[in-house]
Structure formats: structure tokens, C-alpha cells
Design a protein around this ligand. Structure first.
Ligand code: NAD
Length: 427
């Protein structure tokens, strides 16, 4: 497993999310079947990476430039698949890592996709709706050569939603001269979106938490849950837990950290957020510091915001029995060591948040066949896939004395590299 002539972007001195992804691959490589070792290097390199300039005219007449990316990490098992993130801290390293995790995740739940991801370094809160539409359309045009229903299918991620997907689908369709609904997933229902997609990631987080609870003899009923992020993933996860009788004792978003040991009323909180666009000032909650969020006593902790939130500075104070990673890459390798010593179970991102891409796969299949399924059917299929993936990972982890993350990587990497080796090298 030698790595001759490493490209600069995978230098071992690099820091950032890509470096974390690489550390995870290094850890798992010796555990893979020896026949796959010659192919491991493919996981350390994105297949292709595109950096684009996205110029737009602002409402005040000025022109602003933003940097955008689309990465195909690996397409051995099928077309690329992964979200598009709009955030002021987006970097090439971050988007490469997110694409790498998509490769592993899609293989873990065995959907026939490779890994991809995109993003723009922009604070979307500073843009009007019209500016956001122009940004999305220009970005879509710039990455047009990378995407397509059988090539690479974007989806929502942080700060992007069904409306952004509708603009992407329309722009791609205009450029192609035909309506191509299957080019993105997470679309509005009226454009070939799927029932169950908005809640799918949160539902998957909940299903894997429920499966973990069974293994640890915990009950969801009455369990205390702390959730970081009150967006697509965080809000839906919290709602699923609450519907099953859990108590949401803390919620943190970019604006505030709320605490109520008796349980936060999520319906009221969602309504407050819809009216005020901030959690600050929400009734019946104590405002605590951002750091104290991590020390809240709870059975389940769900990070559902950004990477590296659980790190060497806060891991020792975590007072949870299980961490269910709704976000991608929320736990650093240093934190993971501390958590293992403290017997905190981590259900890794590549499993826990795979519900979104699983229902995205259902959406893509429905678009191709122009035949749409009921929500009940979608939720049932999702639950089955998530529960089976959890079971397979748990079993491997027990058999080989691995963490759930390493077991998930063994399963995911093996599937990717088997496909890679059977395909062989061209020419
Ligand atoms: P979102 O934009 O809908 O919500 C993000 C939430 O995080 C917001 O509540 C925001 O206030 C909060 N947040 C942002 N910065 C924060 C900070 N510094 N501290 C605390 N909270 C902060 O995004 P989302 O789609 O829910 O994605 C959240 C995470 O889940 C990301 O890591 C994403 O990659 C991952 N994920 C999303 C999906 C999906 O289907 N949307 C699927 C899989 C994984």
C-alpha cells in the first residue's frame, strides 16, 4: 500500500476535513481484504475536481464573485451523488471530504451511486432571494459538464433546499433543451420530488438511534436528547425522537443554545423560529452558553450542523450515552479516542445520516420510471434499509472488535474497491 508521488492536496501536513477523511481511510486500509489493497489509493484521490468562478449581479448593480466547487470523489459503483452546500466557510478540503464520505455512505446503504459533493463559499443570509436564484443558476451552468441524471445528481445540503433544487433542475433543463427532472433530488413534489424526502435524513437518524438503543438496553420513551442544528436534519430528528416519547432537553443553532430539562416544546419552537428566524428569545427555555450545550446530561446527542463540532476541547465533558451523527464529520479523530475511553457509543455519519441519500435514490428511481410511491411505502423501505445496514455494521464491529465507524468503513470501502477491481483499469 505505498503512495508514490502524493498530489499536494493530500499532503499529510494538510489540516481540515479532507485530512480527517484520509485518517479514517488510513485506519481502515489494513483491515480490508488483501486483494483490495492495490486499489486503496483510489479512495485517497478524488476522481475529478472542478473549481468555478460564480459571478453574479447584485441587486444594487455591483458584480460579486463567489468560488464554487463540484467534486466527483468516486464513481466506481454508479453516478456521483451528493449535496450542494452554501456557507461562508466552504473550502476545497471540506467539499472533497464531504464527497469522500458520500462514496462510503452510498456503499454502506448499498445504493448504486458513487460519491460527489458541491458547494459555494457564500453567506446566503447576505443575499436576497433574487440574488440567490442568480447565484444558483450561474453555478449550475458552470458545473453543467459534471452533472446529469446518469452522471452526477446533486441534492440539498446546508443552506440549500427544494427551491434551490428547482432552480438547478430548471437551469440544467434549459441548457439541455429538455426537461430533466432526474438531474437533482430533494425537489419540490410538483417537479418530481419524492414524498418523505424532507424528513428522510432525520428519520434515518432516529431509526439508527432506535437500533442502537435496543443494543444498549436504552428506551427512547423518556430518553433525554440534545440536538445541535435546527435545520432540515436537526429539526426532523428532534421531532422523530419527540414523537416516540423522548424529551428534547437542549437545542442549539447558529443563533442560540436553549435548555429545558423538562423537555422543549418543539411545535412551539418551530413556530417561534418561523416567525423570528432565530431561536434567541424562545419562550420556556433557559439560554445557556454554546460550550455548555456539550455538557448537557442526556442519553442521545445529535450533532446536525457542521464538521469538527465534537473535538479535543469538548469531548471530555460530553455527558451522553450515544452520539448519533446527523451532520457529516462532526467528530474529530482526537475526540473519538476520548469518547471511546468514556464508553460513549458513536453511530457514524456514513450510517446515521444516510436516510437522505436513500430516499434521494428512491426519488431518482421514481423520476426515471415516472411512477410515484406512497409515503408509507417510502418510509417502510427506508426503515428497512437503515435497520439492516445498522445490523450488518453492528455485527461486524462485534466480530472484529471495531468501532461502528471503522466497521462501516470496512463495509463501504470493500464494496467500492470490489467494484473498482472488477472494472479494472482503462486502458
Ligand atoms: P440546514 O441548513 O437545514 O441547517 C443547519 C443548521 O445548523 C441550522 O439550524 C443552523 O443554524 C445550524 N448551525 C450552523 N452553524 C452552526 C454553528 N456554528 N453552531 C450551531 N449550529 C449551527 O442544514 P442541514 O441540511 O440540516 O444539514 C446539517 C448537517 O447534516 C450538515 O452536516 C449536512 O452535510 C448533513 N446532512 C444533511 C442531509 C440533508 O438531507 N439535508 C443529509 C445528510 C447529511
Amino acid at each position: 500500500m505505498n503512495s508514490p508521488q502524493l498530489p499536494s492536496y493530500i499532503s499529510r501536513e494538510n489540516v481540515g476535513p479532507w485530512h480527517i477523511y484520509l485518517q479514517q481511510v488510513e485506519k481502515v486500509a489494513p483491515l480490508l481484504d488483501k486483494a483490495l489493497w492495490p486499489w486503496v489509493e483510489t479512495l485517497r484521490r478524488p476522481k475529478r475536481a472542478l473549481i468555478v468562478d460564480v459571478p453574479i449581479r447584485l441587486d444594487n448593480g455591483e458584480i460579486a464573485h463567489y468560488e464554487g466547487y463540484r467534486i466527483h470523489h468516486n464513481t466506481s459503483r454508479g453516478p456521483g451523488k451528493g449535496g450542494v452546500r452554501y456557507h461562508q466557510d466552504v473550502t476545497l478540503s471540506e467539499v472533497m471530504a464531504l464527497a469522500g464520505w458520500m462514496t462510503i455512505k452510498n456503499a454502506v446503504v448499498n445504493v448504486p451511486f458513487g460519491g460527489a459533493k458541491g458547494g459555494i463559499r457564500v453567506d446566503p443570509r447576505q443575499l436576497s432571494l433574487a440574488e440567490l436564484e442568480r447565484l444558483t443558476r450561474r453555478y449550475t451552468s458552470e458545473i453543467d459538464m459534471m452533472i446529469g441524471p446518469d452522471k452526477d445528481i446533486p441534492a440539498p445540503d446546508m443552506n440549500t433546499n427544494a427551491q434551490v433544487m428547482a432552480w438547478m433542475m430548471d437551469t440544467y433543463s434549459m441548457n439541455q433543451g429538455r426537461t430533466a427532472t432526474g438531474v437533482v433530488t430533494g425537489k419540490p413534489l410538483s417537479l418530481g420530488g419524492s414524498l418523505g424526502r424532507p424528513d428522510a435524513t432525520g428519520r434515518g437518524v432516529f431509526v439508527t438511534a432506535r437500533e442502537a438503543a435496543k443494543k444498549l438496553d436504552l428506551t427512547i420513551l423518556g430518553a433525554r436528547v440534545a440536538v445541535q442544528g435546527f435545520g432540515n436534519v436537526g429539526e426532523a430528528s428532534a421531532r422523530m425522537f419527540a414523537q416516540a416519547g423522548a424529551k428534547i432537553v437542549a437545542v442549539q443553532d447558529v443563533s442560540a443554545t436553549l435548555y429545558n430539562p423538562n423537555g422543549i416544546d418543539l411545535v412551539a419552537l418551530k413556530q417561534y423560529f418561523a416567525e423570528h428566524r432565530t431561536l434567541l428569545g424562545a419562550p420556556d427555555c433557559e439560554l445557556i452558553s454554546a460550550h455548555d450545550f456539550w455538557c448537557v446530561p442526556c442519553e442521545f446527542l445529535v450533532p446536525a450542523a457542521l464538521e469538527a463540532q465534537i473535538n479535543q476541547y469538548n469531548a471530555a465533558c460530553i455527558n451522553a450515552r450515544v452520539i448519533v451523527e446527523g451532520a457529516n464529520g462532526p467528530t474529530t479523530p482526537e475526540a473519538e479516542v476520548i469518547l471511546a475511553e468514556r464508553n460513549v457509543l458513536v453511530v457514524p455519519d456514513v450510517l446515521a445520516n444516510a436516510g437522505g441519500v436513500t430516499v434521494s435514490y428512491f426519488e431518482w428511481v421514481q423520476d426515471f420510471s415516472s411512477f410515484f410511491w406512497s409515503e408509507e411505502e417510502i418510509n417502510q423501505r427506508l426503515e428497512r434499509i437503515m435497520a439492516e445496514a445498522f445490523q450488518a455494521i453492528w455485527q461486524l464491529a462485534e466480530e472484529r472488535k471495531l468501532s461502528l465507524r471503522t466497521a462501516a468503513f470496512v463495509i463501504g470501502c470493500s464494496r467500492v474497491l470490489e467494484a473498482r477491481s472488477i472494472r479494472g483499469l482503462y486502458p
